[in-house]
Design a protein around this ligand. Structure first.
Ligand SMILES: *[C@@H]1O[C@H](CO)[C@@H](O)[C@H](O)[C@H]1NC(C)=O
Ligand SMILES: *[C@@H]1O[C@H](CO)[C@@H](O)[C@H](O)[C@H]1NC(C)=O
Ligand SMILES: *[C@@H]1O[C@H](CO)[C@@H](O)[C@H](O)[C@H]1NC(C)=O
Ligand SMILES: *[C@@H]1O[C@H](CO)[C@@H](O)[C@H](O)[C@H]1NC(C)=O
Ligand SMILES: *[C@@H]1O[C@H](CO)[C@@H](O)[C@H](O)[C@H]1NC(C)=O
Ligand SMILES: *[C@@H]1O[C@H](CO)[C@@H](O)[C@H](O)[C@H]1NC(C)=O
Ligand SMILES: *[C@@H]1O[C@H](CO)[C@@H](O)[C@H](O)[C@H]1NC(C)=O
Ligand SMILES: *[C@@H]1O[C@H](CO)[C@@H](O)[C@H](O)[C@H]1NC(C)=O
Ligand SMILES: *[C@@H]1O[C@H](CO)[C@@H](O)[C@H](O)[C@H]1NC(C)=O
Ligand SMILES: *[C@@H]1O[C@H](CO)[C@@H](O)[C@H](O)[C@H]1NC(C)=O
Length: 536
């Protein structure tokens, strides 16, 4: 009888200790199922309550009725046969973490944790499904509270501490323990995959819990978190409320977007509506100023020009220090629906009300430099996540893949190279030395974590997978780097026709490793990635 690989692994460990090993040998599927059903009662996990364990077969559209409605995730399609275990782990007398481990029958021996987003509060079920489909024992937590708001931080710093670092670390330590008890052997290598707040969590692990992972994939990191939150909030005083003379509606922002392309699209050698490196675009809206009889839906008043120019300027504190870099040009259309709306950004409002001031009456419409200073000074539980010393990661041989979409309309991609340079200066390492353990990629034509006008599909999560080839899949790339020593020089992204996977591939483009940038060579089909080169 031929057993699948997982069964061999499983039997190897189980047969020594388990009286039912013979039964398992006779029917691998049944044994995995029954082991899963009974494991909840045998797990010994510190500070934890095991809610349940259940077998879920591949193809099941798993219903998630208890998942908080604001997480907008009522169900998740499961892609592999797995054992789903749900736990609660207390982190203090007033706080705790809800978490799930999805343990695939076809286990590769690898462990993976997903992260969170925004201020949530939401178990990343797509990450659990993605990781388990690729044979990772996968774990994700609710980050210490339920739902998308920061209201749970109010009068409870323990919940804030969970959000800043503790929930994630607890989930990883507990998840590895559950994984070992379930399969009967410890994981071989451990990985992290997250974006946005999840990107910050990846760097928090690298900075403060270097033993948690052998490989970290951190996208669009929300690090310098307190300052980012100030920056996200500072657009309201610039734009004013909708209808005010300083305000631009969505249509005018699309006029600005066209103008950005007019000024900057050729900087990378090819005009395709994609800025390969948005940081070299010195955009101002001055040329959009309306003349006397102009059509006011295709030009701007002087007040509106000022608004746009301020949006594309860095934010400075009262003492002249940088709070946060400017928004990168190229993301105007998405950003006009998210942060140029003229109403307070919800995360800014919640963070200042419940994490900084503990005052639900704080008015985000009046945010000013005193608030920026306070957020940076209070920096609760070092949520900034801005330590430049990654020597512990380097010393233990762990690897970090950092990436950022170049048309991110929520977290400016210009903050990512700032961190890279901060690490370089702190550690005194040049780029080729950082390459040994830390690489940063600018992913053009990509919005906040996924989507966008260009080659945005890099395997960063379910729904963004063209291939499992490590050259085209960032999760497989970190595995290849950690386990085979093969480090990526580029990340190949795919642009699907109409961003629709079924419609097929429009083109692929190899995104360059910082500080190199992508440039059209001037020869050959621009849809052929070989026609582009990474230049200084
Ligand atoms: C193993 O058990 C399951 C569930 O009882 C059954 O559906 C399956 O056919 C069995 N497989 C084999 C190979 O006997
Ligand atoms: C969060 O949601 C989980 C799952 O529904 C539930 O068990 C838990 O009690 C909730 N926690 C809080 C603090 O509401
Ligand atoms: C259990 O929780 C307490 C705090 O409530 C903490 O001090 C302790 O480290 C936790 N134990 C483990 C193994 O996580
Ligand atoms: C198990 O995983 C291996 C590769 O890791 C794959 O080739 C095989 O098809 C998988 N089997 C099942 C039943 O999913
Ligand atoms: C769901 O999330 C919202 C927003 O974060 C929160 O106010 C509410 O208390 C949560 N509900 C439950 C049952 O946890
Ligand atoms: C953008 O401005 C910087 C600083 O003034 C300058 O060095 C650079 O050449 C400018 N880039 C372009 C493309 O004009
Ligand atoms: C004004 O500009 C808008 C956007 O470019 C265009 O749709 C509209 O037709 C123009 N109106 C006139 C009267 O030219
Ligand atoms: C955050 O902003 C303060 C000014 O309020 C500045 O001094 C500090 O350097 C900034 N920190 C980071 C990590 O950007
Ligand atoms: C910011 O606003 C607060 C409250 O509205 C006020 O006390 C403070 O003086 C303001 N700071 C600056 C620099 O204007
Ligand atoms: C995606 O493309 C397929 C194949 O061309 C088409 O049948 C389908 O309708 C498209 N889906 C959407 C949402 O446009």
């Amino acid at each position: 009888m031929v057993f699948p690989k997982w069964a061999q692994l499983f039997l190897l460990q189980a047969s020594a200790s388990s009286a039912s090993a013979l039964g398992r040998r006779q029917n691998g599927t049944e044994s995995f199922e029954s082991h899963c059903a009974s494991v909840a009662s045998t797990l010994q996990v510190p500070n934890a309550t095991v809610y349940f364990s259940e077998f879920v077969s591949a193809g099941t559209d798993l219903s998630l009725p208890e998942n908080n409605a604001t997480c907008t995730q009522p169900s998740q399609v499961v892609q592999a046969d797995l054992c789903r275990i749900a736990l609660y782990v207390a982190t203090s007398e007033r706080s705790g973490v809800n978490m799930e481990t999805w343990l695939p029958s076809n286990w590769t021996g690898r462990f993976m944790s997903g992260g969170n987003g925004g201020l949530n509060g939401c178990v990343d079920y797509p990450a659990l499904a993605y990781g388990s489909s690729l044979g990772f024992a996968s774990v994700a937590t609710n980050n210490g509270h339920n739902g998308t708001s920061g209201g749970a931080f109010y009068n409870n710093p323990e919940v804030l501490e969970d959000f800043a670092y503790r929930a994630m670390h607890t989930g990883v330590v507990t998840g590895k323990d559950v994984t070992e008890q379930f399969y009967g052997s410890a994981h071989s290598k451990s990985y992290y995959l997250g974006c946005s707040t999840g990107g910050r969590q990846g760097f928090k692990s690298a900075q403060d819990f270097p033993d948690d992972f052998d490989g970290i994939v951190a996208g669009a990191p929300a690090f310098a978190f307190a300052n980012l939150t100030s920056w996200s909030g500072h657009f309201v005083p610039i734009t004013g409320p909708p209808g005010s003379p300083t305000f631009l509606n969505n249509q005018l922002w699309s006029v600005v977007h066209e103008d950005v392309m007019k000024q900057c699209d050729l900087l990378d050698g090819y005009a395709d509506g994609i800025l390969e490196d948005a940081s070299i675009c010195n955009y101002t809206a001055n040329t959009l100023l309306c003349d006397a009889n102009a059509n006011s839906s295709s030009c701007l008043t002087q007040e509106q020009v000022n608004t746009v120019n301020q949006v594309f300027s860095p934010l400075y504190a009262s003492d002249g220090s940088l709070v946060y870099p400017r928004m990168q040009p190229g993301s105007e259309i998405v950003a006009s629906f998210v942060i140029y709306t003229g109403v307070p950004f919800p995360y800014t409002e919640d963070f200042f009300r419940y994490a900084i001031y503990n005052d639900p009456t704080w008015d985000a419409n009046k945010i000013n430099s005193t608030d920026y200073d306070n957020a940076a000074r209070i920096n609760p539980f070092n949520i900034q996540t801005w330590e430049g010393d990654l020597s512990a990661v380097q010393a233990r041989g762990s690897k970090i893949l950092h990436w950022h979409g170049q048309m991110d309309g929520i977290i400016s991609s210009e903050n990512s190279p700032r961190y890279y340079e901060h690490v370089s200066e702190t550690m005194g390492l040049a780029s080729d030395e950082l390459d040994e353990f830390y690489r940063y990629f600018r992913v053009s034509g990509t919005g906040h974590c996924s989507g966008g006008d260009g080659a945005s599909v890099i395997g960063q999560g379910l729904g963004s997978v063209e291939s499992l080839d490590p050259r085209e899949n960032i999760l497989m790339a970190i595995v290849d780097w950690v386990e085979n020593g093969v480090a990526p020089e580029t990340l190949v992204g795919t642009k699907w026709i109409n961003n629709n996977e079924t419609a097929g591939v429009e083109y692929k483009r190899a995104h360059c490793k910082y500080p190199l940038r992508n440039k059209y060579s001037g020869q050959g089909d621009p849809n052929d990635m070989e026609s582009w080169e990474c230049v200084e």
